[in-house]
Design a protein around this ligand. Structure first.
Ligand code: UMP
Ligand code: MG
Length: 185
């Protein structure tokens, strides 16, 4: 039985790597007495947007710090899902947007993929600020709305479920616990 070979773009932060877990860990260690927003109460994609103005610079400082992108824990089931998609014969790429404050982020994203997913995945990294320019069948991404210069990207955006993207109700939504049934593959 032949398969319908698809091309998948898999986002990194909030999908394969636990951005919010790393942020809260560092924030709570450094500022145990300060205000924080637990993941379940997050309603905005950008952490900073949910923090008061006087704390916003401290949020950025943590995200920009050496080690932040290197140390993130993997999201459960992500690596296994990538491997399984590929073994089904699909094309699988990691498609991730770097911070404009790129100094630590860019290198550490590559290091993370190498260490956590394995060196064979390093060749499949697509680093771009504009995912609409990348041609694929599906983009699995936790960002609620993915925009860029291309108004009609070729891919279908499938939302990786997170508390901060629940307002999106017109797209398919999955986690690494149910991806095969959502994608019907
Ligand atoms: N990002 C932030 N703050 C957040 C969430 C994400 O600065 O609260 C950055 C980290 C990544 C990019 O560089 O946005 C997210 O990339 P994608 O997961 O959308 O590829
Ligand atoms: Mg993301």
């Amino acid at each position: 039985m032949g398969i319908n070979k698809m091309r998948f773009l898999i986002d990194m932060d909030g999908v394969l790597s636990d951005f919010d877990g790393e942020f809260l860990k560092r924030w709570r260690e450094r500022y145990p007495d300060k205000f924080y927003v637990p993941l379940a109460e997050r309603t905005t994609f950008y952490v900073k947007q949910q923090y008061p103005d006087e704390l916003k610079p401290l949020v950025s400082e943590i995200v920009w710090a050496p080690g932040f992108f290197r140390d993130m824990m993997p999201v459960d089931g992500g690596k296994e899902a990538l491997t399984e998609m590929r073994s089904m014969g699909h094309e699988v790429f990691i498609c991730t947007s770097p911070l404009t404050t790129y100094q630590n982020c860019v290198l550490e994203k590559f290091e993370w993929v190498d260490r956590v997913l394995g060196s064979q995945w390093v060749s499949n990294i697509i680093l771009t600020k504009d995912k609409t320019l990348v041609k694929a069948d599906y983009l699995i991404d936790d960002k609620p709305n993915i925009t860029g210069v291309e108004n009609t990207p070729g891919w279908e955006h499938i939302v990786y479920d997170q508390p901060y993207n629940r307002e999106i109700d017109n797209k398919r939504r999955l986690t690494w616990g149910n991806w095969k049934s959502v994608l019907r593959i």
